[in-house]
Write a protein that binds this ligand. Structure first.
Ligand code: 8X3
Length: 269
């Protein structure tokens, strides 16, 4: 279906997948409504989208970890639109890579608040604008981490496995309404993800993608656009996208600086 003039709401739209999705949907003529905590970055994304021919782009502060913020955001949204065609639940992320024995409460709380409760809150608040709109689409950003656990990833993997289960439960609950629910699950993607996980340690973040070709935000945004543009009777349940260099969560092919293969190994970060 065409995305022209469709209303697309994107959380975590100030960077990474969310920002790339804003530009990808905007470029195809969708009306985009963005939310995130970093309002200046959101406004920059709005400007870029309008420059690409997006017919309408607006942004408002949103912190999905707080119910009041979600409600305030959706109140703002309801003053501007009568229905929502696409909801991209992208806000989330990882903090820390410590084993459980050394885990920090604030990191666990952030990951579960943002990836799990934030997704629930946002969906609950936006659903009334979608259920009378057959063919509308909820796209939840999952991860390969929701399919397979890795060392140091307990809380993040649990959060993304939670996202996968919420996606499945929602699809059951919404069967018959015409609302489609999809999980887009990327593997290693070079965005701010690792910088946030490692709390600003750029060298450590860089090493995650060293010697391999990761996904970029645009790869994932393209998949979101494809999912939303399927005919109304087609629901893409789950889309797992990894870099070609990543065959599994623990099998990543890396090359040395001279281009020679360094072999395939574990995550090593
Ligand atoms: C991010 C992918 O493998 O770093 O969701 O957890 S991974």
């Amino acid at each position: 279906m065409t995305l022209q003039n469709k209303v697309v709401v994107i959380t975590g739209a100030s960077a990474g997948f969310g920002q790339a999705a804003a530009l990808a949907f905007g470029k195809l003529g969708a009306r985009i409504f963005l939310g995130a905590r970093r309002i200046q970055k959101l406004e920059e994304t709005v400007r870029q989208a309008l420059g690409l021919g997006c017919p309408e782009a607006q942004a408002h502060f949103l912190d999905v970890t707080r119910t009041e913020s979600v409600e305030e955001y959706v109140g703002w949204l309801k003053q501007r639109v009568e229905k929502v065609d696409v909801l991209v639940n992208n806000a989330g992320g990882a903090k820390g890579l410590e084993p459980v024995a050394e885990g920090k409460d604030e990191d666990w709380e952030f990951m579960l608040q943002a990836n799990v409760l934030g997704l629930l809150r946002m969906t609950r608040a936006v659903l009334p604008l979608m259920v009378n709109n057959p063919g509308s689409t909820i796209i939840n950003v999952g991860s390969v981490a929701g399919h397979t656990a890795y060392e140091g990833g307990a809380a993040y993997c649990a959060a993304k496995a939670g996202e996968a289960m919420i996606t499945k439960a929602l699809r059951l609950e919404l069967c018959g309404t015409g609302v489609r629910v999809c999980s887009v699950d990327p593997g290693l993607a070079e965005t701010e993800f690792s910088l946030v996980r490692f709390k600003g340690n750029a060298e450590r973040a860089r090493k995650v993608y060293e010697g391999m070709t990761p996904l970029c935000a645009e790869d994932v945004a393209e998949a979101m656009v494809w999912v939303a543009a399927r005919p109304a009777h087609v629901c893409v349940n789950e889309l797992v996208i990894t870099p070609t260099d990543q065959a599994a969560i623990h099998k990543i092919h890396r090359r040395k600086a001279d281009g020679q293969s360094a072999g395939s190994g574990g995550r090593a970060f």
